[in-house]
Design a protein around this ligand. Structure first.
Ligand SMILES: CC(C)(COP(=O)(O)OP(=O)(O)OC[C@H]1O[C@@H](n2cnc3c(N)ncnc32)[C@H](O)[C@@H]1OP(=O)(O)O)[C@@H](O)C(=O)NCCC(=O)NCCS
Length: 202
């Protein structure tokens, strides 16, 4: 079965936000994010996202049902927690398009939706900006983390095949409550970067 992929921006984003929130909360509960979804935090996050003129949302549909989502926005429209690490590293945030989450229900993985999420976001970034680079970040977990599932295959190879290079020393912090926890805890995420137009990586 082929999933239908659609890209939303501007006012057309708004009706898709409940699906994005629902999929974020479902998929990020699992390793490695262990995110205990919080509707108030989701609402704040989505309100900021939808206000950004460069925001793009890619949705994978099974029939009429959204089963996966992926977001992107110019990095300059994000807050200092995300732009700061680039400034410290001497990378102008205005040159970077930020790729947010990709969340796909497990039953639909391995059919090309994740590849399509990257292709659609890169096309969106090129269409709405002249940014040189795309960047995303992923949570860093210790090898011996007690919740790491046996045999878990990290996405590193998948991301490298999409053309991204890891920057383990370029990191940001994000706090969220983990499943079973009672308060938010800080997490470190490290960035991956890809050149969008052939400019050498920073
Ligand atoms: C990240 C995520 C969206 C990837 O989704 P996915 O749909 O399984 O990924 P794909 O099926 O596109 O790609 C997986 C592999 O299958 C291949 N593939 C299978 N069928 C394919 C098809 N029809 N077309 C293209 N590629 C296909 C891809 O090429 C890829 O292999 P490669 O890396 O060797 O090229 C999914 O794993 C996920 O939701 N993970 C949990 C959340 C998460 O950690 N997100 C990332 C941080 S926000």
């Amino acid at each position: 079965m082929t999933l239908r992929i659609a890209v939303y921006s501007g006012p057309a984003l708004t009706p898709m936000l409940p699906a994005l929130s629902r999929l974020r909360m479902a998929v990020f509960r699992a390793w490695p994010y262990l995110y205990e979804g919080d509707l108030a935090a989701e609402a704040d996050y989505l309100a900021d996202f939808v206000r950004a003129p460069t925001a793009g949302l890619v949705v994978a549909f099974d029939g009429q049902e959204p089963v996966g989502c992926s977001t992107c926005v110019a990095l300059v429209e994000e807050d200092a927690g995300l732009t700061g690490p680039f400034l410290v590293r001497g990378i102008d945030p205005a040159r970077v398009f930020y790729f947010g989450e990709s969340v796909l229900l497990p039953a639909y993985r391995g059919r090309g939706a994740g590849v399509a999420f990257f292709a659609a976001r890169e096309a969106h970034a090129r269409a709405v900006s002249d940014c040189d680079f795309a960047a995303f970040c992923a949570v860093v977990r210790p090898e011996d983390h007690p919740a790491r599932p046996a045999g878990h295959v990290p996405l590193d190879t998948f991301w490298r095949r999409r053309g991204f290079t890891p920057y383990p020393d370029l990191t940001c912090g994000m706090a969220w409550r983990e499943v079973g926890g009672d308060s938010e805890i800080d997490h470190t995420l490290s960035f991956w970067i890809k050149s969008l137009h052939g400019k050498p990586l920073p």
